[in-house]
Design a protein around this ligand. Structure first.
Ligand SMILES: Cc1cc2nc3c(=O)[nH]c(=O)nc-3n(C[C@H](O)[C@H](O)[C@H](O)COP(=O)(O)OP(=O)(O)OC[C@H]3O[C@@H](n4cnc5c(N)ncnc54)[C@H](O)[C@@H]3O)c2cc1C
Length: 407
């Protein structure tokens, strides 16, 4: 079976590695960029996706460039803690949560693609469109071409740009001393103005590369920022947006001031759709289900898509209609990812920030007087179930890995 993957991002590279692992050898990747560029800032690989990457033999390489995040906390704008949980191995998962620079994650995946598939399988500078699809000699084509997917037009013509939710994100990475033990992801403020911090990498001098995001509702007359992953702006602009948020354990304004490049991007997604398939073409990752980054699930869902699609291709490869695999893949993933897209629109577990802020005027004495812990636990657990990383379910289920039948 000849398989073409359009887009060598996190989803496309993951799919290439899953297919190779299962025994498929006739796999080509078409990437519009002229080469791999380590663009972006931080990204989280939650345990459900970390399991897949570990089973693909990439665990050690990711450990070398990432941080194993062990804790997550939410705070109000005064820094008072409103939620705390352990993450990854510390939370009882059999796999870690990796916080990593997107460029480093892509670097690990892309290197493995080059080594395992061979560089002749990677075709750079190839922008594939519905019009040029006829030039691709393959039985199956997978559109893993991201949030601005060209191939998505096959199933949703004239869709227009992604939908902005009114929030702008200023993001960057800064070298800084560890805060709160150096394994903590935290969010502070409320949904209309919050900061998100997490370390991405331990540096030899004891410092860390820290990812920061300032996310602010700006649809009060201000225009939507450009939907360009590399659009940059000044540190002063990002610092001004942190007004009113003060954390005693880390100086966020100093952190932002120490950053070299501030990226500015709108928080956006697209309406979930009813099919991803058009003939021999299907979609995967952001091309299929772009989601708001609340809940840190974009990369994870793309990686799970890759595993499930591979498993279905191994099941149906030698049947009368191998394209059935595209339908069974879609049947398993389209509803599951729709649920995550919708949960992220209500901010996923991060809506805890607003629940606490709405019920407390300023600082509080005792959190239990503001909101029962059980209410917050239910929100967090419901999101884990929706996004597929409930620890008992994940630890207990069989691997998604598959092997091609020998014929
Ligand atoms: C440059 C960039 C920076 C990002 N930065 C961050 C970040 O800092 N934090 C974060 O959480 N998420 C970031 N993301 C998004 C994140 O990587 C994705 O949400 C997630 O990993 C899903 O991956 P994906 O493979 O579906 O899409 P993507 O990672 O977006 O990959 C899509 C790939 O397809 C290629 N492509 C697009 N159109 C075509 C075409 N017509 N023909 C051929 N190739 C095409 C793109 O160049 C890209 O390599 C970034 C994405 C990009 C492209």
């Amino acid at each position: 079976m000849r398989i073409a993957i359009v887009g060598a991002g996190i989803g496309g590279c993951s799919l290439a590695l899953c297919l190779h692992d299962a025994g498929f050898r006739d796999v080509d990747l078409y990437e519009s960029a002229p080469e791999f560029r380590e663009l972006g800032v931080g990204i989280n690989v939650l345990p459900h996706a970390a399991r897949e990457l570990t089973e693909l033999g990439l665990g050690d390489r990711l450990d070398a460039v990432a941080v194993r995040t062990a804790e997550l906390s939410y705070h109000n704008r005064f820094g008072q803690q409103v939620w705390f949980e352990q993450r990854g191995l510390a939370a009882g998962y059999r796999w870690p949560q990796w916080s990593v620079h997107r460029g480093h994650l892509l670097g690990v995946l892309a290197n493995a693609v080059l080594v395992r598939l061979g560089e002749q399988r990677l075709h750079f500078g190839e922008r594939v469109t519905p019009g040029s699809l006829g030039d691709i000699d393959a039985d199956i084509v997978v559109g893993a071409d991201g949030v601005h997917s060209a191939l998505r037009a096959l199933v949703v013509p004239n869709e227009g740009p992604p939908l902005w939710n009114g929030v702008t994100m200023w993001r960057g990475v800064t070298v800084a001393p560890p805060f709160l033990g150096g394994r903590r992801m935290l969010m502070a403020g409320r949904l209309s103005r919050r900061v998100i911090l997490y370390p991405l990498q331990d540096l030899p001098d004891g410092q860390q590369l820290v990812n920061w995001v300032v996310a602010v509702r700006t649809d009060d007359g201000r225009p939507m920022p450009s939907q360009d992953w590399s659009a940059a702006t000044s540190t002063d602009e990002a610092i001004a947006e942190t007004e009113g948020i003060d954390l005693e354990f880390v100086d966020i304004r100093e952190l932002i001031a120490g950053c070299e490049t501030v990226l500015k991007y709108p928080m956006a997604d697209r309406e979930p759709i009813n099919t991803w398939r058009s003939g021999r073409v299907t979609l995967l990752g952001d091309a299929a289900h772009p989601m708001q980054p609340n809940g840190s699930n974009g990369a994870a869902q793309a990686i799970i898509d890759a595993r499930v699609l591979t498993r279905e291709l191994t099941r149906f490869e030698h049947t009368v209609d191998p394209l059935t695999a595209l339908d069974t893949y879609e049947a398993e993933r389209i509803g599951a990812t729709r649920a995550v897209v919708l949960a992220n629109r209500t901010a996923g577990p991060e809506r805890i920030l607003d629940i606490v802020a709405d019920r407390s005027a300023g600082r509080f004495e005792r959190l239990e007087d503001v909101v029962p812990t059980s209410e917050l636990e239910e929100i967090v657990e419901a999101y884990r179930r929706t996004a597929g990383f409930d620890p008992d379910v994940l630890n207990g289920r069989d691997s998604l890995a598959s092997r091609r039948a020998n014929r």
